[in-house]
Write a protein that binds this ligand. Structure first.
Ligand SMILES: Cc1ncc(COP(=O)(O)O)c(C=O)c1O
Length: 402
């Protein structure tokens, strides 16, 4: 049974009249979801492999998150950071234990976590009075839409119309250690990198790259920042994507899946680095609120209890095998890239029409970087659901490409 509060046409009209037009939305008004499935206001069911853009780690409306939220809401909804709360302290401890010796700062989104990282890197070097403020970031990267995060983002299409951007960012080709070496100067404060570029088309850092960045940073006293907003919290089969490479950062940003759908962002930094953020230096009214932290704790507990990192690895391997089968059938599939449950199918042609046709057939995927079909299923997806999705994809590809 599903409840329908409004007809789809009425919902769309509300948006047309009252909601900002800054999103290109799919023609779907979702009223409810469970696991990998969602239902539209007109009653049609869809297999959802976008998961709120890598957010719904446990699928839609997961019971552990719903229960944690209700229980926490009955006790305490908001306090501000003028006070201490149990969930924030416990979540910080969990994240530090899962990652590297550090302390955590909580915010509300990925862009805000990146802003915090940029500010911390500048403040850390400011306190050392060494004149370092520049950040080297990667071409093809994506770090968010606020002015600092946008300035760090290495894709011109996102900058258009918003000049002047923040000063002090240099962009170099992703994966090219020689280009980074050439860009390092006495002004370099930090190197910012996604271990796997997400919006950039699911492109993993090449072998040896993160290690070489680490060595460069250690040699020059530069901070290494990993943006794990999309890759973090188990999506790649480890808690954090850098753990696949075994190379620690000094600062790491998280958001998206951290609280399974409840808004949250976090920045972890080495203790001596975080020390630069003394009282009054940086803040967020809602950051680390009890509801967000209680949901995140429920997500972490469930991932551990249900052994979901193992599930990610297993499903990833099988998906890769099945998709490579498809690649043999369609010459216009250029590449299949599976990093855990970040799955990209790189085409010779733009993917927009294929995404629209998949939607018609009852499956939600999206297209990033123009030609990359992106699948981001929840960490608890079943192989039967993946097989169903690949069948739909094959049918749609048959109609669209050779
Ligand atoms: C790697 C990465 N960093 C930062 C962001 C920005 O996150 P948010 O949209 O929560 O601000 C995103 C969003 O897609 C992302 O993929």
């Amino acid at each position: 049974m599903y409840y329908n509060l409004m007809k789809k046409s009425e919902i769309l009209r509300l948006y047309k009249n009252y909601v900002a037009p800054n999103y290109g939305r799919m023609p779907l008004a979702i009223v409810e979801g469970s696991g990998c499935k969602v239902r539209d206001a007109d009653g049609k069911e869809y297999l959802d492999f976008v998961s709120g853009i890598a957010v719904n780690l446990l699928g839609h409306s997961p019971a552990p998150v719903a229960e944690a939220l209700v229980e926490q809401a009955r006790r305490l909804v908001h306090t501000s950071n003028l006070f201490y709360t149990v969930p924030q302290g416990e979540l910080a401890r969990e994240l530090v234990r899962l990652s590297f010796p550090s302390q955590a700062l909580f915010v509300n989104s990925g862009a805000e976590a990146i802003e915090s990282a940029i500010k911390l890197a500048r403040k850390y070097h400011h306190d050392k009075k060494n004149g370092r403020f520049e950040i080297i970031a990667m071409e093809n990267s994506f770090h968010g839409r606020t002015m600092g995060a946008l300035s760090a983002t290495g894709q011109k299409k996102y900058h258009k119309g918003f000049a002047p951007l923040l000063r002090g960012f240099r962009h170099v080709p992703f994966g090219d250690i020689g280009a980074v070496r050439k860009s390092v100067s006495k002004k370099t404060a930090a190197i910012l990198v996604e271990p796997v570029q997400g919006e950039g088309g699911i492109v993993p850092a090449p072998a040896g790259y993160l290690r070489a960045l680490r060595e460069l940073c250690d040699k020059h006293g530069i901070l290494l920042i990993y943006d794990e907003v999309q890759t973090g919290m188990g999506r790649t089969g480890k808690w954090f994507a850098w753990q696949n490479y075994g190379v620690r950062p000094d600062i790491m940003t998280l958001a998206k899946g951290l609280a399974g759908g409840f808004p949250i962002g976090a920045m972890l930094a080495r203790r001596d680095v975080m020390a630069a953020f003394g009282p009054g230096t940086h803040a967020s009214t809602f950051g680390g609120g009890p509801l967000a932290c209680a949901s995140a704790l429920a997500v972490i507990k469930t991932v551990k209890q249900k052994n979901l990192l193992q599930n990610v690895k297993k499903i990833s391997k099988e998906s890769e095998r099945l998709l490579n089968g498809l690649k043999k059938k369609f010459a216009q599939i250029r590449d299949i890239r599976c990093v855990g449950l970040m799955i990209g199918i790189d085409l010779e042609v733009p993917g927009g029409k294929i995404v629209a046709d998949c939607l018609e057939e009852g499956m939600i995927i999206n297209c990033t970087h123009d030609t990359v079909l992106r699948f981001l299923p929840p960490l608890n997806v079943k192989i039967s659901e993946i097989k169903k999705g690949i069948k739909i994809l094959e049918k749609v590809l048959c109609r669209n490409i050779s």
